[in-house]
Ligand binder design. Structure first.
Ligand code: PNW
Length: 489
């Protein structure tokens, strides 16, 4: 009896929500454009709304059309590495279902899509002779996106390094891999920049280095523990790979192709918004990103970075730094959480890091602390430090439990809470003139979440991993409404 009551109660609740969602567009738009106090909550005109994914997490089809192996094919086979012992062999079958997935993008009203190209599809051995079929899938994808009015934004390297480069050179431990990224980038640019005008070189240098080669609490492929000295050298090779890729795309891509990196910078938030803590957060942003964004934007390592590294500093040449500092057209920022809360120090050191309390709120992934103000301070500090004129939020999103209700629908109120809070801070930034021109939600649909396998879901669309059925979550409806009004809802 009580079970039936609960069930009926839930279904009734769901109906009420559905009715509320059926607001006529004009009214919804009006409601969206102003807060009760009259403050506009709109985003700039022509703001780009999109979703983001990555090849290994969604494609499947790992052994078709000549694809070589990647380090994730290898790593997922190692016992105990992936939480549910899964892998990306099938993933969410995007390789065959891409048209259906583009229809989902359209349903949301997005006009942009950030995807990644699998390097081992294009160069199965990492270097040398390209696979003639390597870009076929991406050509189909790009054409279908364009036919649906969705602008493609391509990432060249989202962690699926050809295994051959790991075997031959130890992956990013060698500058041979940096050179290989440059060659691959040039080849891809030559073939897609007639239609793809926005290219990201690398996704999250920091994550792939610290988790792939570091001693961080989280381990990812290739899962090699390195010394601090090795780690700094690996960092340098990744930054160099970015620079070589920028140069190769400029040399071989069509004129007008815009290029950047998509980095999950260590966001540094002023602990209280007073001028001295704000200043400390700017200094911290520069120093705490010394191995990636700072060297990319300035073409030099900061004195702080080099003195902190000491004897463990990377070996590099002046020419390397010039390459790393090759001018970019925009910056992509992946923003999930506040990395550091920062205070003005009592001494002359510039900034002090405030420890994070254990009770700090999190989403389903242990690492994903909820601090919406990262979405304001990260782009603001970056724009100010390096006079950046164009920023994209290349990823933002949250894992949630996403249990379907008895009627099969997913009321992911926690994801909506997260999104509304972060996008409120993004709107605060754009309304103050911080040059963020677009936002890509991670992710379009649930997918292979690296070491968490299929146990952590980030999608706006729920995927039944057995049947591959896609179902919009309530957050998809939230995002659709927000895009329709180009304003918070
Ligand atoms: C990013 N951390 O990864 C990646 O770009 C995506 O491929 C991934 O699915 C998404 O965020 C969600 O995890 C990260 O522990 C993974 O700080 C872990 C962390 C940060 C980013």
């Amino acid at each position: 009896m009580s079970h039936r009551f609960t069930r009926r109660h839930l279904v009734g609740g769901a109906g009420a929500i559905a009715a509320g969602l059926a607001m006529p567009p004009a009214e919804a738009q009006q409601a969206a454009s102003a807060q009760p106090g009259g403050t506009p909550r709109a985003f700039p005109q022509n703001f780009v709304w999109g979703t983001a994914t990555a090849s290994y997490q969604i494609e499947g089809a790992v052994d078709v059309e000549g694809r070589g192996r990647s380090i994730w094919d290898t790593y997922t086979r190692l016992p105990g590495k992936i939480r549910d012992n899964s892998n990306g062999d099938r993933a969410v079958e995007h390789f065959t279902r891409y048209k259906e997935d583009i229809a989902l993008m359209k349903e949301l009203g997005t006009t942009a899509y950030r995807f990644s190209i699998a390097w081992p599809r294009v160069f199965p051995d990492g270097t040398g002779t390209p696979n003639p079929k390597g870009l076929d899938f991406y050509n189909r994808l790009i054409d279908e996106l364009l036919a649906n009015g969705i602008t493609p934004y391509a990432t060249l390297y989202h962690w699926d390094l050809p295994q051959a480069l790991q075997d031959r050179f130890g992956g990013w431990a060698s500058r041979e891999t940096s050179k290989a990224l440059g060659d691959y980038a040039g080849y891809v640019a030559k073939h897609i920049t007639d239609r793809v005008k926005n290219v990201f070189t690398i996704n999250e240098c920091a994550t792939l280095v610290d988790f792939g080669y570091g001693v961080a609490p989280i381990e990812m492929a290739p899962g090699i523990k390195s010394t601090q000295k090795e780690l700094n050298q690996i960092r340098h090779h990744v930054a160099l790979g970015h620079g070589l890729a920028v140069q190769a795309i400029r040399a071989q891509g069509r004129a007008g192709t815009e290029i950047g990196v998509a980095e999950n910078l260590a966001s540094c938030i002023p602990v209280i918004e007073t001028p001295e803590h704000i200043r400390a957060s700017e200094i911290a942003t520069r120093e705490m990103n010394g191995g990636y964004l700072t060297v990319i934007m300035e073409g030099r390592y900061t004195d702080g970075f080099l003195s902190y590294a000491g004897a463990n500093a990377p070996v590099f040449t002046e020419d390397d730094l010039k390459i790393i500092g090759s001018p970019v057209d925009f910056l992509g920022l992946n923003i999930y959480m506040p990395q550091h809360y920062v205070a003005a120090p009592a001494d002359a050191s510039g900034f002090a890091l405030v420890p994070t309390p254990a009770t700090f709120p999190r989403m389903e992934s242990d690492w994903l602390r909820v601090g919406p103000e990262a979405m304001y301070w990260a782009p603001r500090n970056v724009a100010k430090l390096w006079n950046v004129k164009k920023i994209f939020i290349t990823e933002n999103g949250a894992s949630a439990s996403d249990k379907p209700a008895p009627d099969g629908r997913i009321f992911d109120l926690d994801r909506i809470m997260y999104l509304r809070a972060y996008l409120t801070q993004l709107q605060r930034a754009t309304s103050e003139g911080v040059p963020v021109q677009g936002y890509f939600h991670w992710s379009l649909m649930d997918n292979f979440e690296w070491i968490d396998g299929y146990e952590k879901r980030f999608g706006l669309y729920h995927v039944d991993f057995n049947t591959q059925k896609r179902t919009p979550k309530l957050s998809a409806e939230f995002y659709r409404k927000l895009i329709a009004g180009n304003a918070l809802v």
